[in-house]
Write a protein that binds this ligand. Structure first.
Ligand code: NAP
Length: 274
């Protein structure tokens, strides 16, 4: 699996395992199995209530901690600096580690003090406890503020991105500013693989539709993807999507699919066009 790096400390395999909504033993076993299969990038968050389960998998795995890229996130009710630091320490304890490879703000809020929150994030980065930092679910305007007004040393933006949802302006900006864009919900929770165009392309190459959807993301510069899969077969299929040979005609057809089908849009989501 190719890796994505930034000048601000990110060094991450492009494909990772999403862990929401797995809990407890199911989550521990899924992460252990993924590590056995060759995954080296795990995505969790305090809000998933599974950091301890992920930590248990890391502790019991034969894969050394330093070979694993571990991402977690702070929830939006903990963005004041002292609460953010406390949340980060709680995450480290649950994950049974003394650093994370990437630490995100999970969602922005309208009333957050962006400068102070980003300073608290940057401090964890300076201390080496968060090797890289990022923001999730930031619309372009807010990302620009974070970088251009506050000078935050960000490495990544995590947003929903798949064959049915475009992210071109954000992606363009990320590339210009040496950020990686991590695609969450990269299979559109099964909807991507139901598209006739995707099914036809998969048939042409003798692969699975889900693999076509993932490879479309992984072929793009500075894009990572974190599909969630509990079982061995789907985990393996997703890892092996890296070998799918998409051609220019495939990409043309995928580009023509609707790009406005957002799956994740909770009531506290920001104005995506802000
Ligand atoms: P997703 O990855 O698009 O879809 C997951 C679903 O696809 C599961 O039901 C899974 O089933 C199935 N699946 C996985 N591989 C498959 C395959 N090869 N063939 C057929 N079905 C397959 O959606 P998601 O879980 O929403 O997103 C992935 C991760 O992104 C989450 O786990 C989480 O880590 C992250 N995320 C972040 C945010 C955020 O706000 N930052 C929001 C949402 C998600 P099985 O488990 O049975 O394989």
């Amino acid at each position: 699996m190719h890796r994505l790096t930034t000048s601000n400390g990110l060094n991450m395999p492009a494909l990772g395992l999403g862990t929401w909504p797995m809990l407890g033993t199911e989550c521990t076993q899924a992460v252990q199995q993924a590590l056995d299969l060759g995954y080296r990038h795990i995505d969790t968050a305090t809000a998933y209530n599974n950091e301890a389960a992920v930590g248990e998998a890391l502790r019991t795995s034969s894969v050394p901690r330093e070979q694993i890229h571990l991402t977690t996130k702070v929830w939006h009710d903990r963005l004041a600096p002292s609460a953010l630091r406390q949340s980060f320490d709680d995450s480290l304890r649950a994950l049974q580690t003394d650093y994370v490879d990437l630490f995100y703000l999970h969602w922005p809020t309208p009333d957050m003090d962006l400068g102070r929150t980003l300073d608290a994030l940057a401090e964890l980065h300076q201390q080496g406890k968060a090797r890289a930092i990022g923001v999730a679910n930031f619309p372009l305007g807010l990302l620009r503020q974070a970088i251009e007004q506050h000078g935050a040393p960000l490495s990544a933006i995590q947003v929903e991105y798949h064959v049915l949802l475009g992210q071109q302006p954000l992606l363009h900006y990320a590339r210009q500013h040496d950020l990686v864009l991590t695609a969450y919900t990269p299979l559109a929770r099964g909807r991507a693989a139901e598209q006739a165009v995707i099914v036809d392309i998969a048939r042409k190459h003798g692969v699975l539709p889900s693999q076509v959807a993932l490879k479309w993301l992984l072929d793009q510069e500075a894009v990572a993807a974190i599909p969630k899969a509990a079982g061995r077969a789907n985990q393996l299929a997703n890892l092996q999507s890296a070998n799918v040979p998409l051609d220019a005609e495939d990409r043309r057809q995928i580009a023509a699919l609707p790009k406005n089908q957002r799956v994740v849009n909770p009531d506290f989501a920001p104005d995506w066009d802000a």
